[in-house]
Design a protein around this ligand. Structure first.
Ligand code: HSE
Length: 428
């Protein structure tokens, strides 16, 4: 049996999941891979409160330097959120010669270049299966299982909070606000759900996936990102009449003109495999040049699913397998720059819902502005006006560039043809 003392920094929900897995089935990993993983030191901001639940003989402290100075600990689970203190702590661990296993997607999406270069220079590695899609082993799948494929496209639902909200709006007719409250109550949403619902969390995860899939540096600001905050029951019902469901979709697609990257609320046809990924589940549809389509579905967040991914990385690192992979593939530190598809070359069909006064000339103004921007309309529908004489006009376009579409939308909103900001969706 190979003894493996490890450190844990940040004892929150996921840290608790790690402790629970190790405690409830202590023989699992020794039997499977001959590793005796022992949590030796836990660094937390509240050591007094948490010492009572401390597993085994673990030292619980708020002093990071105790962990850093312990030469018997070569692997540290880093579960600190954010990108400032979390970055300093990650660097301190790397500089102390420790491998880092982290779930922090924002940290890697924003500072991956620097951190992976630092790890390489210190002869250690950073493992990050838990950073994307929780319990789904998508990083290993892209890195190892699909290594003989060029990845033509990735379509993915990567935020459980958004998927839960959209599902409940559809299943129960809930408003966006009520569904968000429910997601928070169930612990799917982060404490501050802004980064969930505005698409940033999904963009961070997409940056990491695209990095592995295309061996390229992906500047986070290159990902066009829209959230779900504007979606109402009217959009959910429109999607239904179009034979589709709305999903917050991350897209990475390789084409002649470059790599297309975006996060946007998208109309997914009911017969597409991602349409049936419901509630808090994540789903990733990968199109490989040899394997063809592969679909991975599972829980993208939560204590045990995320801890499952953390411990998979710990095993990989403690057996030395991960270091061999990381040094050969060097997906972060040696990545090249990929050509990104310019916004005026990206083609998708789109949907817009305008909230307008029901009076002569409104429809004409909208269609005229679309025509000025070269937007070709596939279908148009006006609903029955309400008691105030306000109506919704829904337009579905032929495939066109996002630049033309959004230029038209901004122009329509800017000319006060609309009563509230126009809601837009992409079509898959
Ligand atoms: N809050 C995220 C989600 C999980 O709802 O999927 C962590 O990224």
């Amino acid at each position: 049996m190979h003894g493996c003392p490890i450190g844990l920094i940040g004892w929150g929900t996921v840290g608790g999941g790690v402790v629970e897995i190790l405690q409830r089935d202590p023989q699992l990993l020794p039997e499977r891979c001959g590793l005796d993983i022992q949590l030796k030191t836990i660094v937390t901001r509240r050591p007094e409160r948490e010492r009572a639940q401390s597993p085994g003989t673990a030292v619980v402290t708020d002093r990071l330097e105790i962990l850093l100075a312990d030469r018997s600990i070569s692997t540290v689970i880093h579960l600190v959120g954010g990108t400032t203190v979390a970055k300093d702590i990650c660097i301190a661990c790397l500089d102390a010669g420790k491998h880092v296993v982290t779930a922090n997607k924002a940290l890697l999406a924003e500072h991956g270049d620097e951190l992976f270069a630092r790890a390489a220079s210190r002869g250690v590695s950073i493992a990050f299966e838990a950073a994307v899609a929780g319990g789904i082993p998508i990083i290993a799948a892209l890195r190892d299982g699909l290594v003989a494929n060029r990845i033509d496209a990735i379509y993915a639902i990567l935020n459980g909070t958004c998927n839960y909200i959209l599902t409940r709006m559809e299943e129960e007719g809930r408003s966006y606000g009520d569904a968000l409250l429910e997601a928070q109550r169930l612990g799917y949403a982060e404490e501050d759900p802004t980064l969930d619902v505005n698409g940033t969390d999904t963009a961070h995860k997409l940056a990491i996936l695209a990095r592995i899939a295309y061996h390229s540096r992906i500047p986070i600001h290159a990902i066009r990102c829209e959230g779900i905050q504007q979606i109402t029951q009217a959009d959910i019902l429109s999607a239904k009449t179009m034979g589709a469901r709305i999903k917050l979709l991350a897209v990475a697609k390789r084409g002649d003109g470059g790599l297309e990257l975006r996060v946007a609320p998208t109309l997914v046809p009911l017969d597409h495999p991602l349409a049936s990924v419901r509630r808090n589940y994540n789903g990733i549809h990968v199109l490989g040049s040899a394997a063809g389509p592969t679909l991975l579905v599972g829980q993208g967040a939560g204590a045990l699913p995320t801890a499952s991914a953390i411990l998979a990385d710990v095993v990989d690192v403690c057996t030395g397998r991960y270091q061999a992979t990381a040094s050969r593939f060097r997906f972060f530190s040696a990545a090249h720059d990929v050509a990104l598809l310019p916004e005026d070359a990206e083609l998708t069909g789109s949907y817009a819902r305008f909230h307008v006064p029901d009076r002569a000339g409104v429809l004409a103004s909208i269609t005229q502005i679309f025509s000025q921007h070269g937007v070709s309309i596939l279908s148009i529908h006006q609903g029955t006006p309400d008691a105030q004489g306000h109506a919704t006009i829904e337009v579905v376009t032929h495939p066109l560039t996002s630049r033309s579409f959004f230029a038209a939308i901004h122009s329509i909103d800017g000319q006060q043809v609309t009563l509230t900001p126009t809601v837009t969706l992409r079509r898959l």
